[in-house]
Write a protein that binds this ligand. Structure first.
Ligand SMILES: C[S@@+](CC[C@H](N)C(=O)[O-])C[C@H]1O[C@@H](n2cnc3c(N)ncnc32)[C@H](O)[C@@H]1O
Length: 368
């Protein structure tokens, strides 16, 4: 009842004007108006960001401030157009104007330069942006008919094992670029050094396992992924001098069993890509493959996470819909599915930035 009353009040322009004028509610009204504007205009902000990155503006300012003429040299922008972009970027704290005619990185621009994974995702979002141009059309169309589903060819494929290896290269590089922060979060939250042998399922080119190797030098490494991706992992382990410590398995987990014998099995940013039936099957295969008493570790951004709902439910909800399979799941829902597959009740290991990932771990029954 209270919420209905609140909504009736908020729908009234008179109430809105009064709330903005009354000294005790003015602060709240202004904050709400700002946040509402961000929701309304977010698409403009992300395109300003994309323009700055494509134009290389952040990169040009990495070493320090530049006069405007040098900053925009060669971009093909007339001075008024360049000025419009620079001022928009300044409003978003990507850039800062210093002395007249001189520009430097803003605090957000500097933080972005320290996150190559986020920079790669921003460029990648152009594909999702095209799909979202008509959001209702996208939601009405059969899943798997979007540009994003072509980018992730396994998502809507009836036969992921037959995906052309060349079609896995771009997404594998993107995952590798964005894995750095995720791996740090997981490895700070969960003590991998307790284990002897780890199998990373859907492990991409092995970027996560190389971070694991750095934390726990005694751990044996196993990676399973689609054939084209497994080949990239093999090359990357060899280049990192880890070929002797790592075994790579070309597996299509929609059809094949998982390699056996690990006492830790990790699924990092994998389950949310898939529909419920396949997730249940994959969890049963994980139980089968793990040594008795072994641990399943699931890491991905979760739905319904306090402080990260926009990421889990809004961003990932739409992203995964466009991708053609999967959905973000809440911790409670994922825990139930993990238990139904035969694992113990999962424990949640808090991460510093749940926006990046949450971590759940559950044990297979039996003595190690
Ligand atoms: C979103 S990526 C995550 C990669 C990596 N775990 C990370 O976090 O960077 C999902 C991974 O699952 C792999 N994958 C998808 N379907 C698969 C299947 N049917 N069998 C084996 N691997 C699969 C993909 O090739 C990809 O490497």
């Amino acid at each position: 009842m209270w919420r209905d009353l609140r909504n009736r009040l908020l729908m009234s322009p008179r109430f809105q004007r009064a709330a903005a004028a009354f000294p005790l509610t003015r602060f709240l009204a202004r904050r709400e108006a700002r946040e509402m504007f961000d929701v309304v205009a977010g698409f403009v902000y992300s395109q300003v960001l994309l323009a700055c990155i494509r134009a290389g503006l952040l990169e040009r300012l990495r070493e320090g401030p530049l006069p405007v003429a040098r900053l925009v040299a060669g971009l093909g922008l007339e001075p008024p157009a360049a000025d419009t972009l620079l001022r928009a970027a300044e409003a978003l704290e990507l850039l800062e104007s210093r002395a007249p005619g001189t520009w430097a990185l803003g605090s957000r621009g500097a933080a972005l330069l320290g996150n190559p994974g986020v920079l790669a995702m921003i460029e990648h979002h152009a594909v999702l942006y095209a799909d979202l141009a008509d959001p209702l059309a996208m939601l009405r169309a059969p899943r798997g008919s979007t540009a994003l589903s072509r980018y992730w060819p396994y998502a809507a494929s009836g036969e992921p094992g037959a995906v052309d290896p060349a079609a896995t290269r771009e997404y594998t590089q993107l995952m590798s670029a964005s894995q750095g922060l995720v791996a740090g979060e997981i490895l700070d939250a969960y003590p991998v050094h307790r284990h002897q042998r780890v199998l990373d399922v859907g492990g991409g080119d092995g970027t996560f396992l190389r971070a694991v190797a750095g934390r726990a030098p005694h751990l044996e490494l196993m990676l399973a992924d689609l054939p084209g991706v497994a080949a990239q992992a093999q090359e990357a382990f060899a280049a990192a001098g880890l070929a002797a410590r790592a075994s790579v398995h070309a597996v299509d987990f929609t059809r094949d069993p998982l390699p056996r014998g690990a006492d830790l099995l990790t699924l990092v940013r994998v389950l949310h890509d898939h529909d419920d039936e396949l997730v249940r099957e994959l969890l049963r295969k994980a139980l089968d493959a793990l040594a008795p008493g072994g641990t399943l570790l699931v890491a991905e951004p979760l739905a319904e996470t306090r402080g990260a709902r926009r990421m889990g439910d809004a961003y990932f909800g739409l992203y995964l819909w466009a991708m053609g399979s999967g959905r973000p799941r809440s911790g409670a829902e994922l825990s139930r599915m993990i238990q139904e597959a035969g694992f113990s009740a999962p424990r949640r290991y808090p991460t510093r930035v749940p926006l990046q990932t949450s971590v759940l771990a559950a044990r297979k029954p039996g003595r190690p």
